[in-house]
Design a protein around this ligand. Structure first.
Ligand code: AMP
Length: 201
């Protein structure tokens, strides 16, 4: 018997208009993202996507948007960046009918790993994948919630390419154009998209 999704169904939607008809606009999606000033430190506008993930229609619409670009394109796996990239990446991989690879912070993966260092504002951080997660020539789509300086995404590109990945693109919900993170992906010849942009950082 064919699987019948429960969606669409009447839902309690915190922020979408009462006459919501199933068409989620970009403005609707933006309104579902909570902005927290001065978190985790003064001057940062933290774009909190948990409020979007919690909304049935909003979550579905953002996954649809991110996957649509790659529909019909051969993708072997989505590589999701810890931790919000796991939530998005799993759902997108399901839509595209491909696998999922977790890109994790140092020390979290149980098997042998390869790693890539990257520079933060203060100090360095390390991300890892399993050494056998990606086969030579596999077509990989990188997914995360937000691109800021692009440091995390750039490190992910380098890490996946160590395993011989063919990176077909990178997809984000949010771009912060003032920080020009996308330029770092351009420099590595990685096509990328973001569903929306926000001012500031
Ligand atoms: P970056 O390496 O500078 O591009 O930072 C990207 C990573 O940090 C992503 O995994 C984001 O989830 C997180 N991040 C950076 N800036 C913000 C922000 N203003 N709001 C929410 N998350 C952020």
């Amino acid at each position: 018997m064919a699987f019948q999704p429960f969606y669409p169904q009447p839902a309690i939607i915190a922020n979408l208009p009462a006459d919501f008809d199933g068409e989620v606009t970009l403005a609707d999606l933006k309104s579902l993202i909570r902005t927290i000033p001065d978190y985790p430190k003064p001057g940062i506008l933290f774009r909190d996507v948990t409020t979007l993930f919690a909304d049935a229609q909003g979550f579905k619409a953002v996954i649809e948007q991110m996957a649509a670009h790659y529909r019909g394109v051969p993708v072997d796996a989505v590589a999701g960046i810890e931790a919000r990239g796991f939530i998005l990446g799993g759902a997108i991989a399901d839509k595209l009918g491909c696998g999922f690879i977790p890109v994790r912070k140092k020390g979290k993966l149980p098997w042998k790993t390869i790693s890539q260092e990257y520079t933060l504002e203060y100090g360095v951080d390390v991300i890892e994948i399993h050494e056998d997660a990606v086969a030579q020539g596999e077509r990989i789509l990188i997914v995360d919630d937000l691109i800021a300086t692009g440091g995390t995404a750039e490190a992910t590109v380098k890490l996946l390419r160590q395993s011989g990945a063919d990176i077909i693109g990178a997809s984000f919900i949010i771009d912060l154009p003032e920080l020009a993170g996308g330029k770092r992906l351009d420099d590595h010849h990685v096509p990328w998209q973001a569903v929306m942009a926000f001012e500031g950082h």
